[in-house]
Design a protein around this ligand. Structure first.
Ligand code: 4AD
Ligand code: MG
Length: 461
C-alpha cells in the first residue's frame, strides 16, 4: 500500500521520489505547466500536483486528465510556494489510470444539493461532505465497540431473520420463499407451515429479546447490527433499514440504565471531537454552525431527567402552540420532543415512566400500574435518539402485558422462560446509529448519513 494523501499533505518536503494516487478534483493549465489536485478520501485535504509539460507524451496525458479521473503520479514532494498547502508534488510522470469523460461525469466542481447526490449514491462518497460523514461513521462505530469492550461487555450477534416481533408493532418485513403467484392457502389464509421456516418469519426490528437471553447469562452484553422496520414514515429521521446498538445489562435497574446511556453517548461524542477534528470543522462551518461547541457542552454537562408526566405538564404550561396538542396519555410527537430539549431543558433530556399503553410489552410496570419504566433520550434538533427501559422481570405480569398487546404468549415461550428461571432486574436501550450520526454532524436528512439508504419507495443501489 502506498502512502495516503493525508500523510503526504501533512509531511515535510522529501528528498526521495514518492508516488501519490487518487482521483482528480480540479485541474488548471498554464502554457508550460499543468496543476491538479488529487484526493483519495483519507482526509478533506487534496494534494496539489504540478507537472511541467516538457514532452509530447506528458502533454497528451494531461490533456486527458479531467475531474473524476484516477491517476498515479510520481515525483518529489517539495515545499509549496502557495499559501493553501505546505507541500506539493512536483511530478515528473503522471499515469492516467481511468479517465472520467467531462461531458458525462456528474460530479463537477460546484456544490451539488444533497437531493441530487442521493441519486448518485455510488459517486457521492467522492464529495467532501459525504466522505466526511463516512469517516465520522467509521470512527463512531469503533468508539462504540471500544466503549463496551473497555467495560467488559460481550458483543452478541443476534439474528437478522426472526419469528418474534420485538416491538409488537407489526412493522416487520416478511421473509418467505412461498411462490408469490401461487401461495398455498388454508382456511382462507396463506399456509405458512409450508413456508421455509414452517411459520411466519421476518426481518428483525430489534435484537433486544435475544440480547436479553445472553444478558441473563453473561450479565453485560450488547448488539450492533442492522434492523428493519416496514413503517410508512417518510421523514428525515426514519429509514426502513437502520443500524442499532443495543446494550442489555442484568442486575441493573432504570437508574443504572440512564447512567449507562449518558456515559455511552458522551464517550462516542468525545471520540468524534477528538479523532475527526478536521471533518467536524467542515460540519461546523457548512452544515450546522456552532455544532462543535454544542457537542463539547453536551460532553461536559449532565443530562436532565424528567418523568413523562412532568414533561407533559411542562409542555402544557409552556403555552407553545403545537400541531398536535399535548395531553397525558399521548405519545410525544417529534415537535414536543424538540420543544422539550431545545426550549425547556436546553440540552439532552431523559424522559422516563411513560404511560403503559404507548410502550412495548416488555417494559416493567410501575407500582402506579399506569406507567412503565421506560426511558427515551431526546436531543435538540432531532428528538428521540435512544429508546430503552427496565424490563418486566415478573413472569405473570409479563404474560398479561403480552396478551394486552394483542400478542400470543406461546410465541414468546423462551422469553418467558427467562422469568421462570433465575429472573433478575435487567435493563437496556437502543441507540439509533444514524440518528446519532445526524446529531453529531448536523446533517439534516438521515438518508445522507448511511451509504445506501432504504426508505419507502426507494432501494436503488
Ligand atoms: O425506541 P426503539 O423502537 O427501541 C427499541 O427498538 C428497543 N428494542 C431498544 C432496546 O431497548 N434495546 O428504537 C430505538 C432507537 C430509537 O430511539 C431511534 O433512535 C432508532 O432506534 N430508530 C430509528 N432510526 C432510524 N429509522 C427508524 N425507522 C427508526 N426507528 C427507531
Ligand atoms: Mg422509541
Amino acid at each position: 500500500m502506498g502512502k495516503r494523501i493525508r500523510e503526504l499533505v501533512d509531511s515535510d518536503p522529501q528528498e526521495h521520489t514518492i508516488t501519490a494516487e487518487g482521483w482528480v478534483r480540479t485541474k488548471r493549465d498554464s502554457k508550460h505547466f499543468c496543476f491538479f489536485e488529487i484526493n483519495d478520501g483519507s482526509s478533506l485535504k487534496s494534494l496539489q500536483v504540478i507537472i511541467d509539460k516538457t514532452t509530447d507524451e506528458i502533454k497528451h496525458t494531461v490533456q486527458q486528465i479531467t475531474t473524476g479521473s484516477s491517476v498515479i503520479c510520481t515525483g518529489m514532494l517539495a515545499e509549496s510556494p502557495g499559501k493553501n498547502q505546505r507541500v506539493e508534488l512536483k511530478a515528473d510522470s503522471v499515469e492516467l489510470i481511468g479517465p472520467a469523460p467531462a461531458d458525462t461525469y456528474p460530479l463537477q466542481k460546484k456544490r451539488h444539493s444533497f437531493e441530487f447526490l442521493r441519486e448518485i449514491a455510488h459517486l457521492r462518497p467522492r464529495t467532501n461532505t459525504i466522505s466526511a460523514v463516512a469517516r465520522v461513521r467509521s470512527t463512531m462505530s469503533m468508539a462504540v465497540h471500544r466503549f463496551f469492550h473497555e467495560r467488559g461487555f460481550c458483543y452478541i450477534h443476534t439474528p437478522i431473520i426472526t419469528t418474534s416481533d420485538c416491538e409488537g408493532a407489526g412493522e416487520m418485513f416478511r421473509v418467505t420463499t412461498l411462490p408469490m403467484d401461487k401461495i398455498p392457502m388454508q382456511d382462507g389464509s396463506p399456509d405458512y407451515s409450508r413456508d421455509f421456516f414452517g411459520k411466519t418469519a421476518g426481518l428483525t426490528v430489534s435484537g433486544q429479546l435475544e440480547a436479553e437471553t445472553y444478558a441473563l447469562a453473561l450479565k453485560n452484553v450488547y448488539t450492533f447490527g442492522p434492523t428493519f422496520r416496514a413503517e410508512n414514515s417518510n421523514t428525515s429521521r426514519h429509514l426502513a433499514e437502520f443500524w442499532m446498538i443495543e446494550p442489555e445489562m442484568a442486575f441493573c435497574t432504570l437508574e443504572g440504565n440512564m447512567a449507562a446511556a449518558e456515559e455511552f453517548l458522551k464517550y462516542v461524542f468525545a471520540a468524534v471531537l477528538e479523532e475527526c477534528a478536521e471533518d467536524m470543522e467542515l460540519f461546523n462551518r457548512w452544515i450546522q454552525p456552532g455544532i462543535i461547541e454544542s457537542l463539547q457542552g453536551v460532553v461536559g454537562s449532565s443530562f436532565t431527567h424528567m418523568p413523562y408526566t412532568d414533561a407533559v405538564q411542562e409542555l402544557e404550561r409552556s403555552g407553545a402552540s403545537f400541531e398536535y396538542p399535548v395531553s397525558w396519555g399521548m405519545d410525544l410527537q417529534s415537535e414536543h420532543e424538540k420543544y422539550l430539549t431545545e426550549e425547556i431543558c436546553r440540552g439532552p433530556v431523559i424522559v422516563t415512566d411513560y404511560p403503559r399503553e404507548i410502550k412495548a410489552f416488555y417494559m416493567k410496570l410501575n407500582d402506579d400500574e399506569r406507567t412503565v419504566r421506560a426511558m427515551d433520550v431526546l436531543v435538540p434538533r432531532l428528538g428521540e435518539i435512544i429508546g430503552g427501559s427496565e424490563r418486566e422481570d415478573r413472569h405473570d405480569l409479563l404474560v398479561k402485558r403480552i396478551r394486552e398487546s394483542g400478542l400470543d404468549p406461546q410465541d414468546y415461550w423462551w422469553y418467558l422462560d427467562l422469568r421462570r428461571y433465575g429472573s433478575v432486574p435487567h435493563s437496556g436501550f437502543g441507540l439509533g446509529f444514524e440518528r446519532a450520526i445526524q446529531y453529531v454532524t448536523g446533517m439534516q436528512n438521515i438518508r445522507d448519513v448511511i451509504p445506501f439508504p432504504r426508505t419507502v419507495g426507494s432501494a436503488e443501489f
